[in-house]
Design a protein around this ligand. Structure first.
Ligand code: UD1
Ligand code: CA
Length: 514
């Protein structure tokens, strides 16, 4: 994001990025407008809680200390912080009662101890703020030798925000809250984003001097600006050109709006990394997803948390991948996959459901209306149509016919099925687990297999066919079927005995698998 310095006066040259003593992330507020039993900052965008995004951006500055101030829902938020394995290390401060943003910072300082050097304050409910913006804020702060530097934004509707008050020369004088502002001040469209850089010593001193004699009866962090200025210290600001970065989330409407903005960012990042995204508006990419170059993403695709996609893949349309690994050259069409590993050049879909611990090896296939759970499909093996495969290990080059079911559950326990290399399972077979079909074995179509088959064996387990020639002519007299049959027989010059006979003639059934 571009940042413009909005204060008169000169910057001292060549400060570079100064070290940051601490970043304080305020997250104690109630978030009542979310109308949720879940603490506001745990609501997700791009598959991660808003607090995660805020902490990532803060951690990008490599501060000596990172501290989150928790209050409402602090048990749940604390659990999230301690159990997430992809978070920077964060200290927590507790603010029991929400007595204002200034009070919240004082709670943080009680944890960090006395801070010298630069201290940044951000919010846990402002998820789009980027590290680059915080760096620009810290750099401006250092370059000008400020005691306080405020990140401001120009917005169309400033209602609810603190307004930036400037003097005749454009210099920052202070911040007035909506509740305390007069009619002229309320017309100001430059707002306080709530993100600041402070000199640690100045902040510590000023926090001790805050009053709650204001419309909200709170200790305002914003008052630190006026206090520092009255003490003769330099205060300044920078203005964000992309105000959306400074937007906070208070309700689920804003949650969805910012989620879309964040998604657009993630789609764009993928595109610039060599991924073709046909329809950015219907493509959703979570924050931790990686996608290799020359992969194509078709419309209606959701790539959710924990998903990694290689290069040269084709994903979608209308596909959801959750915690999946997709290797180079694989394709997934119109499918729902969760916790699956899809090997190189493997093909999935259309209409396939892959469940956790499914591993498709190189060149294998899970086709239309196939569900696979906790199973391995070996290299080149195919499950092309209408099958359920669960708790199964399939070897190399096996073919699983249409409608094959592994009956893995007896209502009490789950059992395993093993299908060997180059085995052939005829259509509409049921393999009742535990059962092993050894390498090179065949199962005849329509079989219910309950006993193991050795290498190269054929298993047939189905009722024999009985045929009764002419039955329709005798028992469905006058029907269209009878007429059709009669015509076919006449054309073939076959005549059947005219007398009705209930006897049927069994046809011979050869040793054919299908
Ligand atoms: C605050 C600023 C206002 C600014 C706005 C930007 C003050 C006095 N006002 O408004 O100038 O335009 O942010 O969004 O600072 N929080 C705590 N403990 C508290 C109070 C708040 O942790 O006691 C946290 C909230 O969880 C939230 C953030 O601080 O993340 C801001 O609180 P909120 O009540 O939304 O902001 P305001 O005080 O209205
Ligand atoms: Ca807010």
């Amino acid at each position: 994001m571009l940042i413009t310095s909005s204060d008169p006066g000169s910057r001292s040259a060549g400060n570079g990025s100064a070290p940051i003593a601490a970043v304080i992330v305020l997250a104690a507020g109630a978030g009542t407008r979310m109308r949720s039993t879940k603490p506001k900052v745990l609501h997700e965008l791009a598959g991660k809680p808003m607090l995660w995004h805020a902490l990532q951006s803060a951690a990008g500055l490599a501060p000596e200390q990172l501290v989150a101030v928790l209050g409402h829902g602090r048990d749940q938020v604390g659990d999230f912080l301690t159990t997430s394995d992809d978070l920077p290390s964060v200290a927590t401060a507790v603010q029991d009662q929400q007595l204002g943003t200034g009070h919240a910072c004082a709670c943080a300082l009680a944890v960090t101890g006395n801070l010298t050097g630069t201290v940044l304050v951000t919010y846990g409910d402002v998820p789009l703020l980027q590290t680059a913006t915080l760096t620009a804020l810290a750099d401006e702060h250092a370059a000008r030798g400020n005691a306080v530097t405020v990140l401001t934004a120009l917005v169309a509707d400033p209602t609810g925000y603190g307004r930036i008050i400037r003097g005749d020369a454009g210099e920052l004088i202070g911040i007035v809250e909506q509740k305390d502002a007069d009619i002229d001040q309320r017309a100001i469209r430059e707002i306080n984003s709530g993100v600041y850089a402070f000199d640690g010593a100045v902040l510590t001193d000023a926090l001790g001097r805050l009053s709650d004699a204001n419309a909200a009866g709170e200790r305002y962090l914003t008052d630190v600006v006026g206090i520092a200025r009255d003490d003769g210290r330099r205060v300044g600001s920078i203005q964000a050109t992309d105000a959306v970065e400074t937007e906070g989330i208070n309700d689920r409407v804003q949650l969805a709006e910012l989620a879309r903005v964040l998604n657009a960012r993630l789609v764009r990042k993928a595109q610039l990394g060599g991924v073709t995204v046909h329809d950015p508006a219907t493509t959703w990419i979570h924050a931790d997803v990686t996608i290799g170059p020359d992969t194509e993403i078709l419309p209606g695709t959701q790539l959710q948390a924990g998903t990694t996609i290689g290069s040269g893949c084709s994903i979608g349309p209308d596909t959801t991948l959750i915690s999946c690994t997709v290797a180079d050259g694989a394709s997934v069409v119109r499918s729902h996959c969760h916790g699956a590993s899809i090997g190189p050049s493997a093909t999935v879909g259309p209409f396939t459901y892959l469940r956790p611990d499914t591993v498709l090896h190189e060149g294998s296939k899970a086709g239309a209306f196939v569900e696979i759970k906790k199973s391995t499909v070996g290299p080149g093996s195919k499950v092309p149509h209408l099958s359920y495969v669960g708790d199964t290990t399939i070897g190399v080059g096996a073919n699983i016919g249409a409608g094959t079911i592994t009956a893995n559950y007896d209502g009490d326990h789950k059992f395993a099925t093993v299908i060997g290399d180059h085995a052939f399972i005829g259509s509409d077979s049921t393999l009742v687990a535990p059962v092993t079909i050894a390498d090179g074995a065949y199962v005849a179509a329509g079989s219910t297999i309950t006993e193991d088959l050795g290498p190269g064996a054929l298993g047939i387990a189905r009722g024999r066919q009985h045929s009764a020639p002419g039955w329709v002519l005798r028992r469905r007299i006058g029907s269209k079927s009878a007429a059709s049959a009669q015509a076919a027989l006449a054309a073939a010059e076959v005549s059947l005995p005219a007398t009705a006979s209930p006897a049927t003639t069994a046809s011979t059934q050869g040793d054919r698998p299908a």
